[in-house]
Design a protein around this ligand. Sequence first.
Ligand code: ADP
Ligand code: MG
Length: 400
Amino acid sequence: MTAAPTTPSATTPATAPALDTAYFRRWIAETNRLVRRDSARLTELDAVIGDGDHGANLVRGFGAVGAAVAEQRPATPGALLTLAGTTLTNTVGGASGPLFGTALRRTGKVLGDTGAPSVLELGAALGAGLRSVQKLGGAEIGDATLVDALAPAVAALSEAAEADRPLREALDEAVSAARAGADATEGLEARKGRASYLGERSIGHQDAGANSVALLMEALREAVDAPEVSLAPEEPAAAEPAVAEPAVAESAAAPAAAAQPAAKTRTGRVGVVLVSHSKAVAESVAALSGALLGSVDPAPLAVAGGTPDGGIGTSAELITAAARTVDEGVGVALLCDMGSAVLTVKSLLGEVPSQLPEGTRIVDAPFLEGAVAITLTSAIGGDIDAVLAAAEDARGYRKR
Ligand code: ADP
Ligand code: MG
């Protein structure tokens, strides 16, 4: 009987939707669609100056993000992006996993529990995400990486928002800027990532990661008018083995850590984790280190080699589980080989709250020499500082 208030939607049917949780669900769906559509092209770009896994990495990563979002149903854009970032870091066995993962997680954290950020707020949060990627990977604009597409896209979005441009226009600007940035990597020499191994020979080829940033931006624009994403009813995706959920990783890691005593004392030894792209490499380096110890009682040592499905890559899930297995309460030393292994370890160390045991540190040393030095130092009871110092020594050992 009381007068019904007129809803804004009744009078403004054609306005852009809010950047709410439903919008970001559509963004994930659109990203999945576009990444699958362009997977072959991304892989081709990566094959010329990298290792040809970029398309597959993104298809796997964003597929896992879609499953995680459907299962956990994050309630805010911030929570959704944070979940997306964590899932990417955990499921992509290449550099792009921790890089895109860190960007999205940071963006989500900055959005906090806002129900629907403004375009300006989204631009600012993405700016923080961009800075976190640069901090993690060390790339500047002009190094021919994904930063060359992300930086101009974020700037364009923020500028358009500041000028009060409508949402669709602001996103159009961001897409064009990302596209132009990705195109321009063709004329640049790669200075970060695998492509940098080619030096000047990388000139003349576009960077794969910059192209995927352009796709992610395109998905942001497509999500404005895309149909609502229907989430599977109830059914938790329990049968999905590849997706590690950090919140329950403690119990998930329990079988691997079964040999650990429940109560941790401060009298233990420093744990050692060898992180390699290859399970075989990690295991054989561990075996050689053990053999060189002679009769010394070996330190707690675990390997995190390759991806959970046995492929070549790095897995945050395996690293976390391994670190917990070897934790005796006095610190854990993580020694990794290169590229995405380093990035994944650094991004795990930067997570708040951390899933790694207290006192976990990254070792800066060559893989084999470092492994021998740290396993010996830990075995003889050296503390975490002594273990890291031994590794530093191994780094300075010259062969010529
Ligand atoms: P990988 O290089 O481990 O095979 P991907 O092929 O999935 O991983 O991703 C490669 C992309 O990651 C590159 O095209 C580049 O855009 C980006 N990338 C690699 N290293 C860095 C870095 N240090 N900083 C920024 N971006 C990087
Ligand atoms: Mg690659």
